[in-house]
Design a protein around this ligand. Structure first.
Ligand code: ZN
Length: 100
């Protein structure tokens, strides 16, 4: 089935000009965070911005889909705006076993 409302894929790298940010909002607890596209690319790869709605989860719990949009803050908005920077990616070690 064709999806007429589905816009073209818009990869994160399209935003990565150093000025645009990705705003992620949890509708449940009303938290909003701003991220640099480059940080998100490190985690998710250069994926479609809309697909982040499914990929990102609220840090406070399982609150369903996140609202994700690209924003271009004006100079005034950018003042004092907190941006959530990637500090590290922790790799979880998962043991895999087999009987011999
Ligand atoms: Zn939440």
């Amino acid at each position: 089935m064709p999806q007429p409302n589905k816009s073209k894929p818009f990869p994160l790298s399209n935003l990565n000009d150093g000025r645009q940010l990705v705003r992620v909002r949890c509708a449940y607890c009303k938290r909003t965070h701003h991220y640099f596209p480059g940080d998100l690319i490190q985690i998710f790869g250069d994926v479609d911005v809309d697909s982040l709605m499914q990929r990102m989860t609220c840090e406070a719990g399982d609150h369903g889909l996140m609202k994700v949009e690209a924003v271009y803050p004006t100079g005034k908005e950018a003042v004092g705006m907190k941006i959530r920077r990637l500090v590290a990616i922790k790799i979880r070690r998962v043991p895999v076993w087999r009987e011999e």
